[in-house]
Design a protein around this ligand. Structure first.
Ligand code: PLP
Length: 397
């Protein structure tokens, strides 16, 4: 009864780990869940009030499929203000989260066998959606000594005549890698020589950037590529609006139109109320964004040394986003008290779950042996998780 297609749709690693945590909790186990990637803050009050006003004013109907004129104007204003990028309304597509926008883009462009280059580690959805769209995900392993960033020569070596997309995510989920303008220019130098390769710049974590780093995005540093770059962003992480489901992209009008046609046949417009809320978020005061970023940085600074001190684990402070990508290489080959040998990072995460912490393992992000820790949680919980992880490690022999 079910299609072959749906067999290719997987549940995400973080959702699976979070679900497992919920089940164990329901069964009475005390589990700390650091799997889900969402800020623990609330949506800013002025955004909630704007949504309320919009509902009262009757903005409860269908809208234009890929965004109201007001939302598109706010998105254009954001790109101009923050990224020095100029777009017209026909270049903008809004959907139910960055994920829907990415889904639309890959579904609108991939034919069977088309290759999508995905630096590893990356958010697993890129590979899953590619697979679903009958494309071929090509993982490009990066090195910890290069801070998990793809280098120009690695990109060059991976491009084939079937390469259609390069996925670039900075700051990165899960590694926290941040590409400088020079590093993006070096990649652009390669892309210049391969006109069939388009790039998705996933800027979802743009504003969660540490130590005073400045943000760079491919379309701005390599304007010659703007005809084949789709810049994706959204309200989820910047404004703690994951539940509102509002993401957007800017790119060539032909691609944007095709994405809209797909969306018209699935969900139609993103929620009218969420669009009004996004207008308030994008046009309103931005100081809260900076304050929250400072809070993520303080957590990072407090928690990274605790993880780094656990024997067998290794982690570098992320430069952005709100995850630690922790190497557990030093635990592989060790035995639990029951005699089970930890052979890979999936075994490590199963062992940590027994120890009371739910985390997704690195294989889900294309690079092992690691696990990902979301630090979008209050410090006391993170510290308790650290204690539990250290205790689980202490039982290995
Ligand atoms: N891009 C990256 C790298 C992410 O980690 C996420 C969410 O976890 C998204 C995009 C999509 O976010 P949303 O669909 O909530 O806008």
């Amino acid at each position: 009864m079910l299609s072959i297609r749906v067999g290719r749709a997987r549940l995400s690693a973080s959702a699976t780990a979070a679900q497992r945590a919920r089940e164990l909790r329901a069964a009475g186990k005390d589990i700390i869940e650091l799997a889900q990637g969402e800020p623990d803050f609330n949506t800013p009050d002025h955004v909630i009030e704007a949504a309320h006003r919009a509902m009262r004013a009757g903005q409860t109907h269908y809208t234009q499929v890929d965004g109201t004129p007001e939302l598109k104007a706010a998105i254009i204003g954001k790109f101009r203000r923050e990224n020095a990028l100029e777009f017209k309304p026909e270049n903008i597509s809004a959907g139910a989260g960055g994920k829907q926008v990415l889904y639309n883009a890959l579904m609108a462009t991939l034919d069977p066998g088309d290759e999508v280059l995905i630096p590893a580690p990356s958010w697993v959805a890129y590979a899953d959606i590619t697979h679903f769209a009958e494309g071929t995900p090509v993982w490009l392993p990066t090195r910890p000594e290069n801070r998990f960033k793809l280098r120009a020569e690695e990109l060059e070596a991976a491009i084939t005549p079937r390469t259609k997309w390069l996925m670039l995510n900075s700051p990165s989920n899960p590694s926290g890698a941040v590409y400088s303008a020079d590093e993006l220019r070096a990649l652009a130098g390669v892309l210049d020589r391969h006109p069939q390769v388009w790039t998705i710049a996933d800027d979802m974590y743009e504003h969660i950037l540490f130590d005073g780093r400045s943000f760079a995005t491919l379309a701005a540093v390599a304007p010659q590529l703007t005809g084949r770059v789709l810049t994706v962003n959204g309200c989820s992480k910047t404004y703690a609006m994951t539940g509102w489901r509002l993401g957007y992209a800017a790119g060539p009008a032909e691609l944007v139109r095709a994405m809209g046609r797909l969306q018209a046949q699935s969900s139609i417009n993103p929620s009218s109320v969420s669009q009004a809320a996004a207008v308030a978020a994008l046009n309103g005061p931005q100081d809260i964004v900076r304050a929250r970023c400072a809070e993520f940085q303080a957590r990072r600074d407090a928690i990274v040394p605790r993880f780094a001190a656990i024997p067998g684990l290794a982690v570098e402070p992320p430069h952005g986003a709100f995850y630690l990508y922790v190497s557990c290489a030093g635990w592989l080959g060790k035995r639990t008290p029951e005699g089970k040998v930890l052979a890979n990072d999936s075994d490590v995460c199963a062992w940590l779950l027994e120890g009371g912490v739910a985390l997704p393992n690195g294989a889900n992000y294309g690079l092992s042996p690691y696990f990902r820790v979301s630090i979008a949680t209050g410090l006391p919980v993170l510290e308790e998780a650290c204690r539990r992880i250290a205790a689980a490690g202490g039982k290995l022999a």
